[in-house]
Design a protein around this ligand. Sequence first.
Ligand code: KG4
Ligand code: ZN
Length: 338
Amino acid sequence: MLVLGIETSCDETGVALYDTHQKLLGHTLYSQIDMHRDYGGVVPELASRDHIRRVLPLIKEVFKQTNLSLEKIDAIAYTQGPGLAGALLTGASISNALAFVRNIPILNIHHLEGHLLSPLLSDPAPTFPFIALLVSGGHTQLMHVAGIGQYKLLGETVDDAAGEAFDKTAKLLGLSYPGGKLLADLATHGQLNRFKLPRPMLNSHDLNFSFSGLKTAVALLINKQQTDFQTRADIALAFEEAVTDVLVKKSITALKTTGLQQLVVAGGVGANSRLRQKLQHSLAGTGIAVFFPKLEFCTDNGAMIALAGALRLQQLDGKLPKTDGSFTIKARWNLEDL
Ligand code: KG4
Ligand code: ZN
């Protein structure tokens, strides 16, 4: 079965073709980051308009890349939520229109389900059950994943998401939006242990996180220091150390308490090399395997949506959902409600 996946939940338009036998055949992506950078964050109205501009050319491009056409696809999967309403509407309307015209099944995919299944695009891939650490710009969650659609929330952030904390702290350090990667690059020049920042909720005896206090701690530190390049790099490293220490400790606790042997890291912050190194180092010799999506599939993309759609399709076993052309989007949508 050949599935066309369409992602438009935020500031990336992603399109992909995934075949249940041959796996990922091709994918295309357009990132709006340059457009939003001047505003220091995503402007929802600009985002929706840009998705409208990009989505059809990207669909044509992925067909060209793969020598396939609309007539060949068996189903369409698109991000129904959560995300920006106007942005979601673009993907929902084009997907429903195409599925209606072709009279093929349509799969309404949860954006975070796409992220947490994205390590299945790699080889070797994890097998169910596993623990997923979902760390993106909008979410920080530890999930118990027993199978497709079987997600149990073990813990989550009580305030800012890890990516949001990276972005806000990067802004304090004078870096542009989105600052996660830029802060990580700056931190590579930092000296370890010049500054020590708190590890929020490290010993809270649960699997929740809190990151908003760290940003405040960084703001106080910046006010007290001469912010020359070296100082900013040292602060960036201290921040990265604090966030990754908490993410690693809580992930290990989740593994220990559930007895599961596989950890999957997904979402944009999953691209962070320090987090990857620390997890690999801490789990070496424990028999626990850690899986990361390829860097291009850490941040938003169409491949993870096409994959989630294909897996859902296989699970439906003949009871295929069709569209009459009408649709709804879910700007807010709890993953556990799936
Ligand atoms: O998953 P994603 O593309 O978007 C959401 O669905 O939120 O994640 C984007 C987030 C941003 O906050 C970005 O700054 C962060 O991931 N990010 C990073 C890195 N690369 C992206 N954070 C830390 N280190 C990185 N290398
Ligand atoms: Zn995302």
